[in-house]
Design a protein around this ligand. Structure first.
Ligand SMILES: Nc1ncnc2c1ncn2[C@@H]1O[C@H](COP(=O)(O)OP(=O)(O)OP(=O)(O)O)[C@@H](O)[C@H]1O
Ligand SMILES: [Mg+2]
Length: 251
């Protein structure tokens, strides 16, 4: 199994505030080539879980495995796109995109060439020398996504990549992501609030309860691939949507 999260609990201890259990006994898996989503209410520990998988936080108990090896508390094994925009404002788009290649020790000229060659697929070819502030929200998220992809890890962790976008831009991004994922064949674990987004993109969805986050249900999305936005109106889609809605509205 590519990713296995086993009985992970996270308690934030504090002298000043009450101890807070963010996640309780969470176990989940992601197989190679799968697109899996986590959906749940705000504050149920979704970002905390992704930070633990990325190795930036250590679980209070439980373990995390990648291809059978423990990666609990270890950084650098996954490509993690945090919830907040992490582009450097003083670097141009191409300079931002090159960062993971430079980290991997690729020479500057070669890194630039490789990054430039990928810009068209991400709809960014005319913006190589622009600064992040000159881009729209959707474009910035594509830059963030491309940069995450260039870490060249087999598992991508995406924390609400479209959370702040308006509905129309979000729709365009879904269309784009479905297309690019067909090409990249990446394994993805996505965190989202958005029921339709989770269904449209995922093979499976883990539904979390509110804090302390626990897995309430695993929902398998049986819609055919390639997926298209038109599927949103199909009866199969609406059936899953209703199921998720019922799971999320009760606690
Ligand atoms: N470093 C920290 N120290 C103390 N408490 C924290 C810390 N990080 C997160 N928490 C708490 O853990 C809980 C889960 O937070 P988290 O950010 O993981 O939620 P989330 O599900 O990602 O929410 P959202 O959907 O709003 O992004 C929250 O109550 C939060 O206040
Ligand atoms: Mg979050």
């Amino acid at each position: 199994m590519m990713l296995e999260v086993k009985n992970v609990t996270k308690v934030f201890y504090s002298n000043k505030y009450e101890d807070l259990t963010a996640l309780e006994d969470v176990s989940l898996f992601v197989a190679k080539g799968e697109f899996v989503s986590i959906i749940g209410p705000s504050g149920c520990g979704k970002s905390t879980l992704l930070e633990m998988i990325a190795g930036l936080l250590k679980p209070t108990s439980g373990d995390i495995y990648l291809n059978g090896q423990s990666i609990t508390g270890k950084k650098g094994n996954t490509a993690y796109m945090p919830q907040k925009d992490v582009l450097f404002p003083w670097r141009t788009i191409i300079e931002n995109v090159m960062i993971p290649l430079e980290v991997q020790g690729v020479k500057k000229a070669k890194a630039k060439q490789e990054a430039l060659s990928l810009l068209p697929a991400f709809g960014l070819e005319q913006f190589a020398d622009h600064y992040p502030e000159m881009l729209s929200g959707g474009m910035r998220q594509r830059v963030n996504f491309l940069r995450t992809f260039l870490f060249r890890k087999e598992l991508m962790l995406l924390d609400e990549p479209f959370g702040k976008l308006d509905a129309l831009t979000k729709m365009q991004m879904h269309k784009w992501l479905l297309k690019i994922l067909e090409q990249l064949k990446q394994t993805v674990l996505l965190v989202t609030h958005d029921i339709e987004e989770a269904i449209l993109l995922s093979d499976r969805i883990y539904v979390f309860s509110s804090r302390p986050g626990k897995i309430k249900r695993e929902v398998v999305v049986t819609l055919d691939r390639p997926r298209t936005q038109e599927m949103i109106t199909s009866s199969a889609f609406i059936e899953i949507k209703k199921q998720l809605f019922d799971l999320l509205k009760t606690d």
